[in-house]
Every structure is written in structure tokens, then in C-alpha cells.
Design a binder for this molecule. Structure first.
Ligand code: NAD
Length: 356
């Protein structure tokens, strides 16, 4: 294995071969960061993404542009299309000789899934089934896919552990993510397709999704606009910085298991109140909040047990929440031509050397 690094982090510990990886949803947030890491270490990457308008498509096009600018215009193949299109998948798998699948395409978002569940069933259940079928037919070496902490529903556990029975989702989104795990198990059993599901815990960072709280808070607070706080601020989430998530994904691609599910989270929670005050600290602005009741489908607290991922993947989140928000604010300021106020460029990379 060589010693390429991604954002200061060694990502080649066990990569001894050059993989051909189909990254679904590669124009999205997690997908584009993952493609970035895979290209950095020399894998061959094919992206399929329909570039839907769940949020501003120009952001997804910017993600693809970022990859082209960083790695070269022809450094990867981009196919614009729906993962439910079986004929298209057949063409991609056979033409590119796909040997690994990193399936990150999905309709994401809890609240919109309550409004329009059919769209979620289409992309998340039909799409995952189509990909599993193609992967099994083409005998891929590993099928890694995004699940979600939302499968834990209203679990009362202190740390959500993979051993918990999770069959009580509380939103259509969570139900479709659980369905992905069930389908993956089925294909692993029937066709010996190695399948690993990664339950991500709220991901944030540069080029993050504009529908999610970290981006929204930084945006609204920076602009001095009013923002909504759901609940009294005591709800707590396990927020995971994007480079930790990518580290978990890449480790998982490199370590095929017959069938596994892992939590990929930070392993500690941050309350909404603390979250907002950290954003205030780095933007140098006070939040102008309207407090609203908790929303249906939201879960009061999420916190990952990451013991299993540590034991089997060697995964450990290393980026402190505060540092992740600082990075997000620096990126946001650069994109919007805002002078850095309290988020300073030159400090705080020490955490990177902590990753083994
Ligand atoms: P994202 O919306 O930024 O990216 C998903 C991409 O998939 C989008 O670019 C979209 O155009 C594409 N897509 C959706 N349906 C498609 C279809 N039918 N065919 C082709 N492309 C399609 O979301 P993200 O935050 O990057 O999420 C990546 C994965 O991680 C998703 O599976 C999501 O459910 C999961 N996840 C994300 C988080 C998080 O906090 N971001 C948390 C838990 C799980």
C-alpha cells in the first residue's frame, strides 16, 4: 500500500489493489467527498447520480466541478441517470468492470419523507434493489451502502448499538433505510454478495447539504436572518464531521464482510443549545431564534456506539465537533466572500495526526 493522504489523513492502510468503484450519489455531499478520497488514492471511479432537485442542483454540479478541478477533467466517469434504471446499470457494470459498489444515492431527509413517501420508496428501496441485483450478477467484491442512525427510531438506549433490534422506524425515510439493510442481508444470503451497511450519524462539513441544520445554522446566523429551533435546545445529536465519515466508508470498502452493519458516528452527542453557541462563536454573530415544538419523525437524541466499527474496521472519529464547525464556517465564508471573523485559518490541525 502506498501512503496517499486525503485532507491530511492517511487513507491507504489496506489498499493494495486499484479498485474500480461505482459511487452512487457521487454528486451529493457524502458521495462527492468519498469520490474525492478514492480518486486521491488512485482508484478508478464511476459516478452515477440523477442530480435531482431535492436541493439546489447547482450545488451538486459544483461538487462534480470540484472533483474535476482537483483530479482532472477526465479523472472519473460521470453518468447522469436513475439508479432504478436496470438497463443503464447493466451497461455501467459491464462496460466499466465495476468490482466495488459504494452506494450513497438516496432520497435523504426525514421531514420531507413524511410529505412524499413514494419518492423515498423509489430511490431508496427500488434503487437499492436494482443495484444489489446488478452487483450480484457481476459478482462485485464488496457492496457498501449508506444506512442511517434514523433506523434506531425512538430508542431509549444511551449509546445506539448495532446489536439492538431496530424494527420500529418513525419516518418513511427511516423505514426505507431499514429496508435497504434487509435487502442487503437477503442478497448476501442468496448470492454470497458481501454487503456492509453504514449507519451514518448526522454528517456535516464543507459542501454540506443545505437542508440540514449545520449548514442552515451557519447560513442563517451569518446572514443575521431569523432561524427556527425545534424544541427547547436540550435535544442532542451525534454530529459527525465529513472526513470521519469518509474514513469509515473507505475502511469499509477495503474490508469486505459477508454481511455487516456498522455505526459510523462520532460517539458523543452535542445539544442543540451548545451547537448554536459554537456557530455563534465562529461566525461572531448572535442567533435570532424562533423556538418551535419538536417535529414529528424527529428523534430526541442520537449517539453512536462505535465499538464495533473500531474493532472490525479500525474506525475512530477524530475531529472534535467544535473543529468541524470551524472548518464549515471557514468554507462558508470563502464561498460567500465573507471575511473570517472568529474562525481562523491557521490553527487546529492537530487532530489529524491522531488518526492511525
Ligand atoms: P445528498 O442528497 O447530498 O446525496 C444523495 C445523492 O443521490 C444526490 O446527489 C441525489 O441526486 C442522488 N440520488 C437520489 N436518488 C437518486 C436516484 N434514484 N438515482 C440516482 N441518483 C440519485 O445526501 P448525502 O447527505 O450525501 O447522503 C448520502 C447517503 O448517506 C444517503 O444514502 C443518505 O440517506 C445517507 N445518510 C446521510 C446522512 C447525513 O447526515 N448527510 C445521515 C445518515 C445517512
Amino acid at each position: 500500500a502506498s501512503s496517499a493522504t486525503y485532507r491530511g489523513v492517511s487513507i491507504l492502510s489496506s489498499n493494495t489493489d486499484r479498485k474500480t468503484v461505482l459511487v452512487t450519489g457521487g454528486a451529493g455531499f457524502v458521495g462527492s467527498h468519498t469520490a474525492d478520497a478514492l480518486l486521491t488514492r488512485g482508484d478508478s471511479v464511476v459516478i452515477i447520480d440523477e442530480v435531482n432537485d431535492y436541493y439546489d442542483t447547482s450545488l451538486k454540479n459544483e461538487n462534480l466541478e470540484y472533483l474535476r478541478a482537483t483530479h482532472g477533467k477526465d479523472s472519473f466517469t460521470f453518468v447522469k441517470g436513475d439508479i432504478c434504471d436496470e438497463a443503464l446499470l447493466e451497461k455501467i457494470f459491464s462496460e466499466h468492470k465495476i468490482d466495488y459498489v459504494c452506494h450513497l444515492a438516496a432520497r435523504a431527509g426525514v421531514r420531507p419523507s413524511i410529505e412524499d413517501p413514494q419518492v423515498y420508496v423509489h430511490s431508496n428501496i427500488r434503487g437499492t434493489t436494482a443495484l444489489l441485483s446488478a452487483a450480484a450478477k457481476h459478482k462485485v467484491k464488496n457492496f457498501v451502502y449508506a444506512s442511517s442512525s434514523s433506523v434506531y427510531g425512538g430508542s431509549k438506549s444511551t449509546y445506539f448499538s448495532e446489536d439492538e433490534a431496530v424494527d420500529m422506524p418513525v419516518s418513511p425515510y427511516a423505514a426505507t433505510k431499514k429496508a435497504c439493510e434487509l435487502l442487503a442481508h437477503t442478497y448476501s444470503h442468496l448470492y454470497n454478495l458481501p454487503c456492509t451497511g453504514l449507519r451514518f450519524f448526522t454528517v456535516f462539513g464543507e459542501r454540506g447539504r443545505p437542508d440540514m441544520a449545520p449548514f442552515k445554522f451557519v447560513d442563517r446566523i451569518s446572514r443575521g436572518e431569523g432561524m427556527q429551533q425545534f424544541g427547547d435546545g436540550s435535544s442532542s445529536r451525534d454530529y459527525t464531521y465529513i472526513s470521519d465519515i469518509v474514513d469509515g466508508v473507505v475502511r469499509s470498502i477495503d474490508r469486505p464482510y459477508k454481511y455487516q452493519v456498522f455505526n459510523i458516528g462520532k460517539g458523543s452527542g452535542t445539544t442543540l443549545k451548545d451547537f448554536i453557541s459554537i456557530v455563534e462563536k465562529y461566525t461572531g454573530k448572535k442567533a435570532n431564534k424562533t423556538i418551535l415544538p419538536d417535529q414529528p419523525g424527529d428523534v430526541p437524541r442520537t449517539c453512536a456506539s462505535t465499538e464495533k466499527a473500531t474493532a472490525l474496521l479500525g474506525y475512530k472519529a477524530v475531529v472534535p465537533f467544535d473543529e468541524g464547525i470551524r472548518q464549515l464556517v471557514l468554507w462558508y465564508n470563502k464561498k460567500n466572500g465573507i471575511a473570517n471573523c472568529h474562525a481562523v485559518e491557521s490553527v487546529g490541525h492537530a487532530f489529524r495526526s491522531m488518526r492511525k
